[in-house]
Design a protein around this ligand. Structure first.
Ligand SMILES: Nc1ncnc2c1ncn2[C@@H]1O[C@H](COP(=O)(O)OP(=O)(O)OP(=O)(O)O)[C@@H](O)[C@H]1O
Ligand SMILES: O=P(O)(O)OC[C@H]1O[C@H](OP(=O)(O)OP(=O)(O)O)[C@H](O)[C@@H]1O
Ligand SMILES: [Mg+2]
Length: 281
């Protein structure tokens, strides 16, 4: 049986469960359930604090886990990323009160509050900066106002929390994070692990790609294929009119409108984009 850790609360919990449901796995009905056994797929899911997931996976007790890259790094646990999942995107940054215009070097000798002390200490060490790291559990943005720190290092999503507390980020991001599927570092692969990873990869592709269908004059086919090369190669099917063909290819969702403009300008007709629900590439 495969044992998989899923965040039980916070920013990653709902999208992680949704992605697993899309991939065909049973998820919990009750917020308070800590485990769910999916008998059809022989997988047991453990709903754990996002911060703890890398520790369970790193110890080898659980085979796979979904967590944030920043949390996995901060845990110091021996885990490796198997797959980027494309949600829960954030940066991890230093911040100080607006108007102080700090650089990272100014942190020397200062008090720095964070809930990610290992990640921060490693970054300071890399830069040769000595600062006092104060570990807080959350709501780190308030710590300067309350007098326990001079600056912070924290997760920035929309940036709203920093603005609300009159803080400004400075320096390059310490880490660019998103939700990732992790496994124990150097652990052996298994068909069960590979299958769950492949299913999640299918959902990620389905979210990142669209299916494009269009009619194209046969003489323009080569140019059209250059615009929509597809993943392997596009499907080209004959139409009743021998001068025309139908083309079908996957395109990155982010580029879809630009590609449709290019096809229309080339002379393609009836360019249709449709969502992909699941896929295996
Ligand atoms: N506002 C946000 N936008 C995007 N991702 C976020 C945001 N806040 C947190 N994350 C990501 O979610 C993960 C942390 O989850 P979260 O903060 O919800 O859990 P937690 O801090 O362990 O729980 P809690 O905050 O309740 O103590 C990190 O990987 C982080 O990058
Ligand atoms: O840039 P924003 O979109 O405003 O998001 C960033 C905030 O979200 C997280 O807090 P969370 O809700 O996890 O609370 P916490 O501080 O208690 O962990 C993070 O620690 C920031 O405080
Ligand atoms: Mg948090």
């Amino acid at each position: 049986m495969l044992r998989v850790a899923v965040p039980n609360k916070g920013a990653l919990a709902q999208p992680a469960s949704l992605m697993l449901s899309e991939a065909g796995y049973r998820q919990r009905n009750e917020q308070r359930d800590l485990t769910v056994y999916d008998s059809a797929n022989n997988v047991e899911f453990f709903f754990l604090r996002p911060k703890d997931i890398a520790i369970y996976v790193g110890s080898g007790e659980l085979d796979l886990g979904i967590t944030g890259r920043d949390l996995a790094l901060d845990s110091g646990a021996p885990v490796a990323e198997r797959l980027s999942l494309g949600f829960g995107g954030s940066t991890f940054r230093y911040a100080a009160p607006v108007g102080q215009d700090w650089t990272v070097a100014d942190l020397h000798g200062k008090r720095l509050a964070t809930s990610y002390p290992k990640l921060v200490r490693a970054d300071l060490e890399r830069r040769g900066i000595e600062a006092t790291v104060i570990r807080l559990d959350g709501a780190v943005e308030i710590s300067i106002q309350l007098g326990v720190a001079d600056a912070i290092a924290d997760v920035v999503g929309s940036g709203r929390t920093l603005r609300q507390h009159s803080l400004a980020a400075f320096g390059d991001p310490i880490c660019t994070s998103e939700a990732v599927l992790i496994e124990q570092r150097d652990s052996a692969d298994s068909p069960a692990k590979a299958q769950l990873a492949a299913r999640l990869q299918g959902v990620v592709y389905a979210q990142n790609y669209l299916m494009l269908d269009y009619d194209c004059p046969r003489v323009l086919l080569e140019q059209a294929i250059a615009i929509t090369p597809g993943v392997e190669s596009p499907t080209v099917a004959p139409l009743a009119d021998p001068e025309w063909v139908a083309v079908r290819a996957m395109v990155p969702r982010a580029d879809a409108n630009q590609i449709m403009d290019q096809l229309a300008a080339l002379g393609a007709k009836a360019v249709l984009a449709s969502d992909i629900r699941f896929c295996r590439l």
